[in-house]
Design a protein around this ligand. Structure first.
Ligand SMILES: Cc1cc2nc3c(=O)[nH]c(=O)nc-3n(C[C@H](O)[C@H](O)[C@H](O)COP(=O)(O)OP(=O)(O)OC[C@H]3O[C@@H](n4cnc5c(N)ncnc54)[C@H](O)[C@@H]3O)c2cc1C
Length: 318
């Protein structure tokens, strides 16, 4: 059995579709069935939808995640993986997947493969591709010890499609934890388009110089139907929220269009944008490394570029 698992709050989200799509193709290559596990407070709808997209079994792992935190998810997925004798558990390489993936692999005495960008079956073994050296190279890896718990890079796997059919949703309650970890607070995530799902990202860096400048990027992103991203320098300076950070220690994104505004192009930032289809860089320094990655480079002060683009987009808007 291949298990695909994601956090859902309603119907099947984009992360769930990608992970399930990967699981369905992997299951077909191995001749294995696929189970989908939706974690979250209202996971039943997503699980039911997964049943129509190739999952032979669908589970809603519901519970008080505010109380149980990651531990509740790890315990319930570990139990499910053992019960179904899973060869692989696939998660999205997002904050939650990144937090529980390696711990789940350890709990199952299996192997963790993080940030996978593809998987194929070679001589009956699972061959994963994942970025190494901050995205400068890709390594093909296989696990000697299964099950594999893999986190899949967002945007690298095509989504599961509706195939008809249905699976009865089996609802289970996540266990309450042993209290080893206590959740002492939580914050609502920023509203708007999630970075991982955005087709357009307008990202700002140290060259912006202030938090107010980010308000202009917000406006530009709004006109383009996109989201605002940031470099570590911008986050450390308090100009952008931490969940906006793109890069090695931030989010890995794969938009169609990525604006890097006042961003130098350090390798740790580039590690997050390898999946972008086109990068447009705006930087006053013609030798900034970002221009080596950019499809379109604008050597200019952002203060001259951004307001003009906003004005033109406003004019073009219906
Ligand atoms: C372990 C580790 C992990 C890291 N993880 C990340 C990560 O996840 N994400 C990340 O981003 N970084 C990360 N970093 C930091 C990274 O090395 C760089 O320091 C950071 O990316 C630099 O951010 P920046 O390019 O925005 O700022 P700067 O290096 O300050 O560059 C600012 C750029 O703006 C340009 N500029 C200045 N004024 C203007 C203007 N008026 N108009 C236009 N351009 C202008 C400058 O020419 C310069 O190129 C990490 C570092 C380490 C060691």
């Amino acid at each position: 059995m291949i298990i695909a698992a994601t956090w859902e709050s309603g119907g099947l989200g984009q992360a769930g579709r990608e992970v399930l799509g990967a699981a369905v193709r992997l299951g077909a290559a191995l001749g294995d069935d696929v189970a989908f596990a939706a974690l979250g407070m209202a996971a039943v709808d997503a699980a039911a939808e997964a049943g129509g997209c190739g999952a032979a079994r669908a589970f809603a792992l519901e519970g008080d995640y505010a109380a149980s935190g990651a531990e509740g998810a790890i315990a319930s997925l570990a139990e499910l993986a053992r019960e179904l004798e899973a060869r692989a558990v696939l998660l999205a390489a997002d904050e939650q997947g990144g937090e529980i993936g390696p711990r789940l692999a350890e709990r199952l005495s299996g192997t963790a493969v993080t940030h996978a960008t593809s998987v194929e079956v070679a001589d009956g073994r699972l061959l994963w591709t994942r970025p190494v050296f901050g995205g400068k190279a890709f390594a093909a890896v296989t696990a000697h010890v299964e099950p594999v718990v893999a986190t899949l890079r967002r945007g690298a796997f095509s989504s599961a499609e509706a195939m008809g059919g249905a699976a009865a949703v089996e609802t289970r309650q996540v266990p309450v934890t042993d209290g080893a970890v206590e959740l002492i607070g939580s914050e609502e995530p920023q509203s708007g388009v999630a970075l991982e799902d955005a087709a357009v990202i307008v990202a700002g860096g140290g060259g912006l110089g202030s938090g107010e400048a980010f308000a202009e990027l917000e406006e530009l992103a709004g006109l383009l139907g996109g989201a605002v991203g940031a470099s570590l320098v911008a986050v450390d300076s308090g100009w952008a929220a931490p969940e906006r950070q793109v890069g090695l220690t931030g989010k890995v994104v794969s938009p169609d269009l990525y604006f890097a505004i006042g961003i130098s192009g350090a390798s740790q930032h580039l590690a997050g944008i390898g999946g972008a289809k086109a990068v447009v860089a705006v930087n006053t320094d013609p030798d900034a490394p970002i221009f080596n990655t950019a499809k379109l480079g604008v050597v200019m002060d952002w203060k001259k570029f951004v307001p003009v683009l906003i004005e033109e987009l406003r004019r073009a808007a219906p």
